[in-house]
Design a protein around this ligand. Structure first.
Ligand code: ZN
Length: 246
């Protein structure tokens, strides 16, 4: 069974950025793994970091279960994700245990540094996890450099407010209701976002963004990606081959 992995910073990032595509992959027979760098321990104005981590881990697991996916966490701390040797090793070991053929992560620039550092972790692990000596975990069959896609930056703009230029748009119109149901599993975040970001539209923001992406292909909803095409990475656009569109 082909395997896809998202390595994103926080619980709910996968649901916001690529859950529609994950639903499509799961429906097509892919095994899905959803990993986060942190358990979302700062995503609260009131709970202790232990309580909110437990709450958000359960929310992430419940969301993943909706598509038969497995949830993983590198157990780093919110706001403190760094690209350093121990954390790269954790990411490599995660990849090693999963052997993903398809990986999603954050873009190389985004609104906050946890996303930027997690993107670097995923890029590093994707390149090297198939090298026998890089991890103590056994090398699974099929371990090789995967197709790597960067999700949209939050709100579709980088840290200098420049709009992202997608290489790949996936029509998720038929999957969008389920995407919102997955996002709704992260109930704790509706309150947190209202308090910290001044926005009370957790689901509406996802709808608005995906509708804007959908307009680029004349469909109700789409998710946008940029494919990593550096040396040694597969160059064919696997998502387009699987799902069409552009
Ligand atoms: Zn995030």
């Amino acid at each position: 069974m082909p395997t896809a992995l998202t390595l994103l910073a926080h619980p709910d990032d996968a649901e916001i950025l690529c859950a529609g595509t994950l639903v499509r992959l799961a429906d097509a027979g892919w095994q899905i793994h959803i990993a986060t760098a942190t358990p979302g321990d700062c995503g609260t104005m009131t709970a202790t970091r232990f309580d909110i981590s437990a709450t958000r881990t359960n929310e992430a697991k419940a969301s993943a279960a909706m598509i038969g996916a497995t949830y993983h966490c590198l157990d780093e701390r919110d706001g403190l994700v760094v690209y350093d040797k121990p954390t790269v090793q954790k990411a490599i070991d995660l990849f090693r245990r999963i052997a993903p053929a398809l990986v999603f992560t954050h873009p190389q620039d985004d609104y906050m540094m946890d996303h930027v550092e997690t993107s670097k972790l995923a890029r590093a692990a994707s390149f090297v996890y198939g090298a026998p000596n890089i991890s103590a975990f056994p090398l699974l069959p099929g371990s090789k450099i995967p197709h790597l896609y960067y999700c949209d930056p939050i709100e579709g703009i980088d840290s200098l407010a420049r709009p992202a230029q997608p290489t790949t748009l996936v029509d998720v119109s038929g999957q969008h209701e389920k995407k919102l149901q997955m996002l709704s599993k992260h109930a704790s975040q509706r309150e947190w976002l209202r308090a910290h970001h001044g926005m009370d539209e957790y689901l509406e923001a996802a709808k608005r963004h995906d509708a804007a992406r959908g307009r680029l292909i004349n469909r109700p909803f789409a998710e946008a990606f940029v494919q990593h095409r550096g040396h040694a990475y597969p160059n064919n656009d696997l998502l387009i081959e699987l799902f069409g569109t552009c």
